[in-house]
Design a binder for this molecule. Sequence first.
Ligand code: FAD
Length: 508
Amino acid sequence: MSPFETNFDYIILGAGSAGCTLAAMLAEHLPDDRILLLEAGDDIPPDHETVWDPAKWLLISRDRTLEWGYRSVAQPELNDREIQLGRAKALGGCSVHNAMVYVRGGAYGFDRWAQEGCVGWKYDEILPYFKRVEERMHVTQAEADPFIEDLVVACNDMGIPYNPNYNASPHAFGVSPFQFLISQGGRRETTFKSFLGTRRHTNLHITSGVRFDRILFDHERRAVAVEATDLRTQRQVEIHASREILVAAGAIGSPHLLLLSGVGPESQLRDLGIPVVSALPGVGENFQDDLFVTAMFLASKPMPKQPYGLMGAVIFTSTDPSTLPYLTDVECSLASGTMEGLELPPDKRQSYFIYPNLQLLRSRGTIKLASIHPAEHPMIDPRYLEAPEDIQRCIFCIKLARDIGHNQGLANWFAGEILPGPEVQTDAEIEAYIRRTADTCYHYAGTCKMGVDDMAVVTPHLEVRGTQRLRVVDASIIPTTVSGNTAAATMMIAVKGAELVLASRRSA
Ligand SMILES: Cc1cc2nc3c(=O)[nH]c(=O)nc-3n(C[C@H](O)[C@H](O)[C@H](O)COP(=O)(O)OP(=O)(O)OC[C@H]3O[C@@H](n4cnc5c(N)ncnc54)[C@H](O)[C@@H]3O)c2cc1C
């Protein structure tokens, strides 16, 4: 970005799943305003070796050049393992390297947000915003193959019905074709490409390679400017916004930025000598994620070739059958051992994996400043499995995956269990296996939660409490995760966020 322009009407901080969506909506509706979209990462070239080919997903998620490189602190309930917490640094954010899975999430979760005071966020009210996302991003429904056909038989045998389209009903219970954000031409859809690629507006300035370090406030606690560093030259600049600053740096980046800017728990800020702008105890609290556990089976014959990042089927069910069909908290994805990036020894490549992803975890973690220097990562402590019921529910997940893998419906494929393995039988043995192997689903949320209680960071209009002209619009505002992955909900939040900004503008 050179030379820097330093005066805008709106500044959007972060060009990820939310930021690009928000930028496109505002640029279209405010043609006379100057909008800046600021991002640390760069654009992905059209010939990038792994990003655009959905079947190479497992390879990109290991590409450190696209990564912020976050790690959790040691997790006592996971045998003191430090978990790598993937987060992309690029125009498009995590839509550039996520698994492309598109799940809106069940009605129950959003209705709960509304019941807890988030007026305007009931499922029926937010459904139109999902549809607006789907007008721009192509959702591909996966094709079945002979393995998937038998998987459906196995699930039916276990009382899990076939659901032809989990996004078309308010609850997802069943075994379904997976839906992916993949174009008709078979390429990954990213928010940057889909929302901004072909519709560049002259009023929208997109600046990459710049790290935003702090938000600056005037004496009335109005957010008026951003302090940022050009990562190529290390030059620092101050960029001014005359109307609003919209933070879309994600569930790790957004609380980090607010804390550096003096918005957060008072004692944490004072201990580091940061002047307090708004004392909000909830900033960086309420960290939520989903966890996945793994079952693996040897196949008796070659598995069908997989054109997606995961197998083309998904199973939604519940750890508590009494909640079905309305509330699911387990989403099983599957993979075949021949998929690129799994790097298995030759005798284990003819195999299939079942990955139950446990959602609605009761455990809550934190993000705290490690230092006042913006380049230093914050301390991230997800506190995985701290709530005792979470480990019990993970044990249920392993048993479920085993029951599916061993079911008669898959008898044509089954040639033995590899993981957890025949030696793991009692609940205590399964628990020990989970503590050794459970891993993040990358669905971080909740660290700048929306609400009306004392721990809320933003109001249901996404305004940061105790400040003016400042909103957060990304996955961090999710008060409680819903039954599904987080990308669809995050883009929905951005479409609704844009509408809230436009409504304020009209009433100003
Ligand atoms: C490996 C992986 C696989 C996943 N798979 C799926 C999936 O298949 N389906 C699904 O629904 N969800 C998936 N997710 C989760 C989903 O992608 C995220 O929840 C969603 O993208 C979050 O969007 P966001 O806008 O909140 O944050 P992001 O998309 O992370 O955007 C934040 C942006 O802000 C930028 N930024 C942050 N701090 C700064 C700073 N200080 N200066 C400058 N720029 C900054 C970042 O570089 C980034 O571009 C996956 C995530 C990962 C990491």
